[in-house]
Structure formats: structure tokens, C-alpha cells
Design a protein around this ligand. Structure first.
Ligand SMILES: Nc1ncnc2c1ncn2[C@@H]1O[C@H](COP(=O)(O)OP(=O)(O)OP(=O)(O)O)[C@@H](O)[C@H]1O
Ligand SMILES: [Mg+2]
Length: 461
């Protein structure tokens, strides 16, 4: 990449960050005069519908609310479709500062994907795009800002920001409607009776929406605190940093068995047996159990991290760049190890990586992330056959070629969003361009991508 391109990219990056900050400050400024078109309204593309429509009496409404809330807690359709994990409209914001200088960083902004049982799902993107944050949100290291996460049909995490905003915007919408009705009354366009009737109707509708949202918030808060620990035990994460994620004051045995003890397994001999089994699974020996993390090489520490996850007998494993800190020969070992474990234990895996070459052969499907959003999602084969989003193309162009003759001619594609996208007229959304192949685009881009796809097919023939 040339220096000029690097500079351009830096400018774009800082612009993206400052947009986030500016947008929040604008929303804060507008908060006093309660405007619907501030930054927050972008999170409210679809206002909530009145889910209590049709229920007349209070009793009927109460019954309906109970049904709605329990539908949120468990989704049978995920179980029926073998979906082990479903992440829906996940948003994870971090807030900094206080008062007028408070700003938020949208680390993950509206990410949705589903992982099937036994599948290996890759998440790729550049540094800081929110991959780790997504993983950490799934294992509940953060209280998620908005959206929901379902594991085996059960909601294991949810954020209430959308619901809180919905209450706020419903009140704003109601005030606006009443104001308009008042104006009509003043002008004599409607009678006093019509005004009262319409006002009552709108108020009841708004109250119903607010009531449902308040119940949902209550349930979200309760559910977040009362997730089944047995279910959560099935989800384990191999952390990105093999050095920092291991406590230097604990022996390998203590590190690996810590999770077991937290979960209530107190039998020392049993736990030792499980630790040794886990160590052997990752190619280490029993003697290592009494040693401290600093006595190991990087690759061995990574294996200890894997053993710590495996000892809990996970069904779903989040591997956060498990090989990026390792040299090439050990990388292959770890990938092979994960592959073996996947077959042996029937694991479903979410594999986070920096570059596409790593996930190409290991993952069934790949999601490409850029600045907290998924820009493209498809099966590995399809993504390499029909890369559509300019950022995916840029990632692909970064993969070195093994042949030195063709490597010399490899052209790097630099992704500069403002040069390739014009979202001033229409905002993009994640659309399914082909069955199973999603790309972030607006209507104009979608047409362009369809033509590109046909051309790629022609070339391949
Ligand atoms: N606990 C936190 N508090 C505040 N900001 C955070 C926190 N964790 C992550 N971030 C910010 O969120 C953004 C996404 O970080 P994240 O660690 O998810 O990136 P990543 O895609 O995993 O990057 P890498 O490939 O370098 O690991 C970054 O801008 C980071 O500074
Ligand atoms: Mg990371």
C-alpha cells in the first residue's frame, strides 16, 4: 500500500470515529427539545407496532403481554432449524467521559448472524472492527447495549436500549400527533368530539406500546441476571492474547481447573483427572500442570488457553485469533488440533481472524466485518468465488500468493469508503443477493453487484 493511500485511509478512519462522537454530541444537544431526527433515531428505523392491538380488556392485555415476553425468552424455531447461536441486531457501545463531553464508541453496530450446530463460522476484519467485542458479548463479559443473543433457543443476553428509546420516541410521536390535532381543532378542521376521540385513541395506542416495552425491559433485566449456568458453561472462549489471559501467579492446573471450581466441581482428584485429559488433548503432558505460564513458549501458552476452554466440555467454542500470535508451523498445528476436536467433540466454532487466508479452508461460512458492521456474509467457497463488497476485495487482495512470479504482480486494493459508496440518498442494508450470500448495499449498489456476479461467472466458464 502506498503512503498516500495509507494517509487517505487514516483520514477516513479518524473521520468515522469523529462521526460517531459528533453524532452523539448532536443527539445530546437535541435532547432538550426532543427531536426525533437526532442520532438516536437512526437506531429506530422501524418503530414498534402496537402488539396489543385486538386486545380490548385489561385482562386480555395482561395475557397477551405474558405471551409476548415468553416468546422473547425462548424461540422454538431456532431449535427446529438446528441453530445453536443466533445473534440479532447486536449493538455494543462504550461510553466515555461525563456531562457534555460524554461520547460513545460504537464498537459493534447492528450485527446479526446465526450459527448452525456443528458449523465453523469465521469472522474476519481489520483491527478494531469489533470482532473480539462480539465474542465477549456472547459470553456475557459485557452487558450488551441492544439486541439479543439466543443459544439453543434460549435468550442468554439482551440489551434494553432499543426498548428504552422506543418508549421515548413513542412519547415524542404522541406529543407531536396531539399538537397536530390541536392545530386542526384551532383551524376548525375537526370538531371538539373528533379531537377528543382521536386523542384518546392515540393515547391508548401509545400507552399499550409503552406498557409492552416496559415489561420487555423488566424481563431483559431479570433474564440477564438469571441465565442458566449449565447453558453458559457450554460456551467457551479461547482468548486472543495467550500471555495476558493467563494469570502469572497461578499454576497451569489452577488456571485450567478454575472454571470447574466456579461451576461447583470441588472434587480435587476428579478435577486433576479432567485437567490432565484436557492437557493431553492439546498435546501437552501431565508434568506441565504444576508449572507457571511464564515457563512456556507462546504456542504452548496458546494450547493452555485451549485446554482451559476444553476442560469445560464446551459445545460452542469462540476462538479469538487463536493463531495470530504464533509462528507458521505452530499455526498449522493449532488449526489441525481444532479441526480434530471439532470432529471428536462435535463442536460448533466461531473463529475470529484477521485475514481471509486463515479462515478459507477451516470455516464453512465467513462474515466480513468493517467498523462494527457485517459488510458481507457467505459460504467460504461463495465468498472467494464472488467477492462483492469493496472491503472484501481489499482483504482478498492482501493475501500473499505462494507463486513468486504471480506474487510480484499482485495488486493491493485499498478500501476508502467515501470513494466507493454514495449513501447520501439511500442508506445501505444487509441484503441477500443470492441464497445464503449477504452483502451490505443500497439498491443502486445491489444492481451493480448483480452485474459483477454475472461477469465473474462468465469469466470462470
Ligand atoms: N472494554 C472496552 N472499553 C472501551 N472500548 C473498548 C473496549 N473493548 C473494545 N473497545 C473498543 O472497541 C473497538 C473494537 O475493539 P475489538 O477489541 O472488538 O476489536 P477487534 O476487531 O477484536 O480488533 P483486533 O483484531 O485488533 O483484536 C475498538 O475501537 C476498541 O478500542
Ligand atoms: Mg480482537
Amino acid at each position: 500500500m502506498s503512503n498516500v493511500d495509507e494517509e487517505k485511509r487514516e483520514v477516513e478512519t479518524s473521520k468515522l470515529l469523529s462521526e460517531n462522537i459528533e453524532a452523539y454530541q448532536i443527539s445530546q444537544d437535541n435532547a432538550s427539545n426532543i427531536s426525533t431526527d437526532d442520532d438516536d433515531s437512526s437506531e429506530h428505523v422501524e418503530p414498534a407496532t402496537n402488539e396489543l392491538e385486538g386486545s380490548e380488556t385489561e385482562e386480555q392485555k395482561e395475557k397477551e403481554i405474558k405471551k409476548i415476553v415468553s416468546r422473547c425468552k425462548f424461540r422454538q424455531e431456532y431449535v427446529d432449524n438446528n441453530i445453536i447461536l443466533s445473534v440479532n441486531h447486536l449493538k455494543q457501545y462504550f461510553f466515555f467521559g461525563a456531562g457534555p463531553s460524554r461520547f460513545k464508541l460504537k464498537a459493534v453496530h447492528d450485527v446479526s448472524f446465526q450459527i448452525k450446530e456443528g458449523e465453523c463460522f469465521g469472522v474476519v476484519g481489520e483491527s478494531g472492527c469489533g470482532k473480539t467485542t462480539t465474542g465477549r458479548s456472547i459470553i456475557k463479559l459485557y452487558d450488551i447495549t441492544s439486541g439479543s443473543i439466543y443459544y439453543k433457543g434460549y435468550r442468554i443476553g439482551a440489551g434494553s436500549r432499543w426498548n428504552e428509546k422506543e418508549i421515548k420516541f413513542t412519547k415524542i410521536r404522541l406529543n407531536k400527533t396531539i399538537k397536530e390535532l390541536n392545530e386542526k381543532l384551532q383551524k376548525g378542521e375537526i370538531t371538539k368530539e373528533e379531537f377528543e376521540a382521536k386523542k384518546n385513541e392515540e393515547t391508548t395506542k401509545a400507552n399499550d406500546i409503552i406498557k409492552v416495552q416496559k415489561e420487555k425491559i423488566k424481563q431483559i433485566k431479570y433474564d440477564n441476571k438469571h441465565v442458566n449456568p449449565k447453558l453458559m458453561r457450554e460456551i467457551q472462549m479461547i482468548f486472543q492474547d495467550p500471555i495476558d489471559s493467563l494469570d502469572p501467579r497461578m499454576t497451569v492446573e489452577q488456571i485450567i481447573s478454575e472454571g470447574l471450581q466456579i461451576q461447583g466441581f470441588r472434587n480435587k482428584t476428579e478435577n486433576h483427572k479432567k485437567v490432565v485429559e484436557a492437557l493431553e488433548k492439546v498435546g501437552l503432558i501431565e508434568d506441565y500442570a504444576s508449572r507457571y505460564p511464564h515457563e512456556f513458549s507462546g504456542g504452548q501458552r496458546q494450547r493452555i488457553g485451549i485446554a482451559r476452554a476444553l476442560v469445560m466440555q464446551p459445545k460452542f467454542l469462540i476462538c479469538d485469533e487463536p493463531i495470530s500470535a504464533l509462528d507458521v508451523s505452530i499455526r498449522a498445528q493449532i488449526i489441525n488440533l481444532l479441526n480434530d476436536l471439532r470432529e471428536e467433540m462435535g463442536l460448533s466454532i466461531m473463529f475470529i481472524a484477521h485475514d481471509l487466508s486463515v479462515v478459507k479452508y477451516f470455516c464453512d461460512r465467513i462474515a466480513v466485518m468493517y467498523y462494527g458492521e457485517i459488510v458481507e456474509l457467505a459460504t467460504s467457497d461463495e465468498l472467494f468465488k464472488h467477492p462483492l463488497h469493496p472491503y472484501t476485495k481489499s482483504l482478498l487482495s492482501a493475501i500473499p500468493k505462494p507463486n513468486p512470479l504471480t506474487e510480484k504482480d499482485r495488486q493491493r486494493i485499498v478500501y476508502i469508503p467515501s470513494q466507493v459508496h454514495d449513501y447520501s440518498k439511500e442508506k445501505p442494508s444487509l441484503v441477500e443477493i443470492e441464497p445464503g450470500h449477504f452483502v451490505l448495499a443500497n439498491t443502486e449498489e445491489l444492481e451493480k453487484y448483480k452485474v459483477e456476479m454475472a461477469e465473474l461467472d462468465k469469466k470462470a466458464q
